[in-house]
Write a protein that binds this ligand. Structure first.
Ligand code: GLU
Ligand code: ZN
Length: 306
């Protein structure tokens, strides 16, 4: 059997309701999948209980449904995937790629967040994080400087040693890092295309590196396609996020929300479409979807009211 040509996903964290910026991401990943006759999956990234808001998962799913963004198959909850993350950690451990680190926050902050390898050779006992070694020389089989071609942002390059450093895969408090969980689950779900916000652009080289370390990529399993969407900002140029209290999407306004999101995504929805139902709007949007219209490397103000 040949692998499906397109499996996309939307992977919200249940830290609050969807706002305009996250609706844009959900819509873009949905439209890209549907335009190419692909599947569109939804995964709930609930691996960080301290940051979760009770009821947020139900709200997000309800908002997706109300906007006609209906997913394929079962939902995947990361909170139910702990065994898979533990197995991945064990695999990395067995290849000598992990080490324990008990550096405190202040030390990491003094390094500007770029880890200097301090605990690589130390024996650390007691509470500690697990970090993944990144390449320090071109001698290994992973290049020091890695690049990928983003479908919106163009060529993006990072040197994992000087731009990131050995990074955390399991936190000191025992929680699994976003980078590890997302990589394991994108593989598990057979994801081929990732369309998400540009705030995750600089995470992508870490995820590609993890795919390499976990043996997910070889000649038979082609690289994932990435498209990072410019961020919707408020009037002050700040990213719309739950943290800066971007207004939640108004209930009863779904068709208009979709039209505004399409307009924001530079899809040029006709004015008369704004009076149509969500079914009509999505139908038009799937037919006419093009990533090429979306400008890269830009911050675009969201419509007023969001
Ligand atoms: N759960 C992440 C977030 O809500 C997104 C993960 C992803 O798309 O890779 O920011
Ligand atoms: Zn350390």
């Amino acid at each position: 059997m040949t692998a499906p040509a397109y499996i996309g996903r939307f992977a919200p964290s249940p830290t609050g309701p969807l706002h305009f910026g996250s609706l844009v991401c959900a819509l873009a990943s949905f439209l890209d999948a549907r335009h190419y006759h692909g599947q569109w999956l939804v995964r709930i990234e609930d691996i960080d209980p301290p940051r979760e808001i009770p009821g947020a998962t139900a709200t997000i799913l309800h908002q997706l449904e109300a906007h006609g963004l209906l997913w394929d198959g079962e939902l995947l909850y990361q909170s139910q995937r702990m065994d898979a993350y533990a197995a991945a950690l064990e695999q990395l451990q067995s290849t000598g790629l992990l080490f324990n680190c008990d550096c405190n926050r202040q030390r990491i902050a003094e390094l500007g967040g770029i880890y200097d390898g301090h605990c690589r050779q130390r024996v650390v006992s007691g509470e500690s994080a697990l970090r993944l070694r990144v390449p320090y020389s071109d001698d290994g089989d992973y290049p020091l400087s890695s690049r990928f071609n983003d479908l919106i942002m163009g060529c993006y390059q990072q040197n994992l040693r000087t731009d990131v450093g050995d990074f955390v895969v399991r936190r000191r408090d025992g929680l699994i890092s976003y980078q590890l969980a997302v990589t394991v689950d994108d593989q598990f779900q057979g994801i081929t295309h990732i369309v998400r916000g540009a705030d995750l652009l600089d995470s992508t080289p870490r995820q590609i590196y993890l795919q390499h370390c976990l043996g997910y990529r070889d000649n038979h399993r082609p690289a994932l396609h990435y498209a990072h969407l410019p961020l919707a900002t408020n009037d002050e140029g700040q990213k719309l996020s739950k943290q800066n209290h971007a207004a939640a999407l108004l209930q009863g306004n779904e068709a208009d929300n979709l039209w505004l999101a399409l307009d924001w995504l530079q899809q040029k929805p006709p004015a008369e479409l704004r009076r149509e139902s969500i079914t009509e709007i999505l139908h038009w949007a799937i037919d006419n979807w093009t990533l090429a219209a979306i400008p890269g490397r830009m911050e675009i103000p969201a419509p007023r009211g969001f």
